[in-house]
Design a protein around this ligand. Sequence first.
Ligand code: SF4
Ligand code: SF4
Length: 353
Amino acid sequence: MLRDSEWDDRLLRGFRFACRPGCGLCCYTQPRLDGEELARLRAEREIPVRRDDGLVLHVESFPDGGSCRLLSENRCSVHSLRPLVCSSFPVEPYAGLHGWQPSVVLSCPGLSLDPLDDWARGVVPTSSPSGLDPELRSARRRTARTPAAAVPSSVARARRRWEARLRRRGLWTDRESLRAAVAPRLYRSDAENLPGEEPPDPREGRELLPIFFDGRPGPVAIGAHPLGWSLDELAPRGGVARALGVFSVPTEVPTLDDDAARRLAGYLVYWLHRDQLIDGILSVASEDGEPTPLEERLDSELAFIRATVLSRALVRAHLGGEYGRILGREAIDRGIGASDADLLDRDSPGSIP
Ligand code: SF4
Ligand code: SF4
């Protein structure tokens, strides 16, 4: 287990948080829980759970994109006993290079995204996060229960292996050099290939779809449709509460005003400093046989993140009735809100239960 002094809080600084009444976005999931949490909950009431591969426990959700079964009228019915993975949200700890590296899930509409403007200027915000004390306490408890010799040390071993393999193939570049090489190119506007990727088909299960909060009683899901992308408000018990329309697939790069361009650049710099991104690049590059320079891989990963945010910002602008080609800061914030949880959800060696 890493010590408290190894809690790297740079990615939390400056963020202000206040949970949005009536949101419930983070409860459209199957939260993980451990045996102790389950026992505490079961002492109070029957809890429907399922096991992943017979090992990892989850509270069940309603089928077809519905909420966790413990959500009732948009409130957690076991609030004081909810699993740590819920009470720590939107803080997400990661076993980073220099210790635990918590960041925030920027899809949470309770967070102000203003610190991204500092990141855009290459400045790490200095002020402490505000409104996040209970979530940080839960996040620390999550990391504290991670068994010694589990995630952090296994990630450190994996990192040494990747480095050795990449060195043998003449591909190794240390992280700071990689970041320094890629950072000036973040502002390039010619690298997008919208839409980044197609969302899944809702017929494969709405629980697979990207979702975002849009001020409605249920989250809005983005799905593939023969005529474009469908946007549907999900019902807590699963399925569609209201079809919001089918919108053309965003393929044209929009123009951003200065505030929007700064916000998007800040988001990409923030990603560049999440160890999770570079870990993903290094782990994939060390496995496959393609001798692609790491800088190129990182460029293309950041271009994918940028394209995902822009395409989801555009489709959300269309949902709001805006069809102009110039996007402002609020539109980019909405694009980040519809993307970050998804982008963070990919397999990564430092993620913890
Ligand atoms: S997503 Fe954020 S604002 Fe919404 S309920 Fe969860 S913590 Fe609150
Ligand atoms: S346990 Fe409660 S807080 Fe956690 S996802 Fe379910 S309803 Fe939401």
